[in-house]
Design a protein around this ligand. Structure first.
Ligand code: NZQ
Ligand code: ZN
Length: 388
């Protein structure tokens, strides 16, 4: 196991009615920028509940709505301008990963004199941030408990992740009931995202990271058990609760620190979103089985790891590692594309041309450096062809 420094200062208020803690924001200031997306929070009542509590705490509210899935740099700039003009003290993100990510970079940009995009391309420039708070409404990215933010610049076809310890929310409210209204499609995509974060951490070349590996297996088993329940019974509290906590645990460092991980599926997916604006979790679901097959073909030493995954997570039996590993990938496909009903090809998510594949592969290969199985731009282009 590698050395690591672990610190997650984010306080989690988990469960029914925990929104009452919103009034504690008063300790951080008198004026908040409340950031949200396309309006789901108005339809399910979370908006009204939050506004009432902020009023009770005598916190003045200014709003930024319309944050896009795959949040845009233009929206970050707009938010930062509001913060500067209005003298905002803190930011409350109410939504999924897109809203939380956008809020984080707004927080940094509000304290920065140059263009917000600088903070995305160079995280070292993030020297200060307004405090960030979140009310999570979609179990997926883990942004509610991590340092990352992913922002898109469609003018340059870039979708880039940045990070700062200052972006870790002060507190996040995780009420599983707030995810009852998440549609099937987003429930599935969110599950695929959590699963991918866990895979990115699970498949590592570092020896002896046993506890991290076993924690990954627990998260994967939890997803396989509870996501199908949430798909068919969206108001099942325990199903939603297990997905919600899995979302946070998969990416808050618990599964990765000490395990020397470097991610692969994510840099590839970010190119898909940057060029075709697809849903993050759907892209990851399409990539993952092809990535697993590519790993085994390129480096047969990995077959034993994929067989272990199949035995522990799907309960596949047999002594022949290769047969078990193949069955594991088949089970995973069944889970993603049949149980979760995620489209299984790039064509099926609306990508109708291969013309950008070479440049996408080139860019993704840079992001995959140091990963479990080293992938060249040629490998990634071949994977994109297979997914098409
Ligand atoms: O905008 P509204 O109207 O709120 O609707 C959203 C949106 O259309 C809807 N939704 C959210 N909560 C809902 C709901 N609908 C009904 N009921 C609710 N309770 O769901 C749609 C998708 O929301 P979005 O925030 O885009 O989804 P997600 O949480 O999957 O976030 C995706 C973004 O996060 C980035 C992705 O790349 C993508 O840009 N990621 C962030 C990470 C991080 N910060 O650590 C890591 C991830 O790997 C990922 O890259
Ligand atoms: Zn992700």
């Amino acid at each position: 196991m590698d050395n690591f420094n672990y610190s997650v200062p984010t306080k989690i208020y988990f469960g029914k009615g925990q929104i009452k803690h919103l009034t504690e924001m008063k300790e951080y200031g008198n004026k908040v920028l409340m950031v949200y997306g396309g309006g789901s929070i108005k339809r399910n009542g979370i908006y009204d509940a939050a506004i009432a509590l902020l009023k009770e705490a005598e916190i003045e509210v200014v709003e930024l709505s319309g944050v896009e899935p795959n949040p845009r740099i233009e929206t970050v700039r707009k938010g930062a301008e509001i913060c500067k003009a209005e003298g905002v003290d803190m930011i409350l993100a109410v939504g999924g990963g897109s809203t939380i990510d956008c809020s984080k970079v707004i927080g940094g940009a509000a304290k920065y004199d140059g263009d917000a995009w600088d903070l995305v391309t160079n995280p070292l420039l993030i020297e200060a941030s307004l405090p960030i708070f979140s009310i999570l409404t979609l179990s997926a990215t883990g942004s509610e408990m991590d340092a990352f933010a992913v922002i898109s610049n469609m003018a340059t076809n870039d979708k880039i992740g940045t990070a700062s310890p200052l972006f870790k929310p002060v507190f996040s409210i995780l009420d599983p009931e707030y995810t009852f209204s998440v549609p099937k499609r987003q429930t599935a995509a969110g599950t695929a995202d959590i699963m991918s974060h866990t895979f990115e951490n699970y498949f590592t070349n570092v020896e002896g990271a046993g506890i991290q590996g076993h924690l990954c297996e627990a998260v994967l088993k939890t997803l396989v058990e509870y996501a199908p329940i949430a798909m068919t019974d969206p108001e099942n509290y325990d199903a939603r609760a297990n997905l919600m906590w899995a979302s946070s645990l998969a990416i808050n460092g618990l599964l990765s620190d000490g395990a020397g991980v470097a991610w692969t599926a994510h840099p590839i997916e970010h190119e898909l979103s940057a060029y075709y604006d697809i849903t993050h979790g759907e892209g990851l679901a399409i990539i993952t089985p092809v990535w697993m097959e590519t790993c085994m073909e390129k480096e047969p030493r990995t077959i034993a790891d994929f067989a272990k995954f199949g035995r522990v997570v799907f309960g596949i039996s047999g002594d022949d590692d290769e047969a078990v590993a193949k069955a594991a990938v088949a089970e995973l496909r069944k889970f993603l594309f049949e149980t979760l009903e995620i489209p299984s090809t790039l064509r099926a998510v609306g990508i109708d041309t291969k013309e950008n594949f070479p440049i996408m592969a080139e860019k993704a290969a840079k992001g995959c450096r140091g990963s479990y199985v080293a992938l060249t731009a040629e490998d990634i282009e071949a994977m994109l062809e297979r997914m098409f």
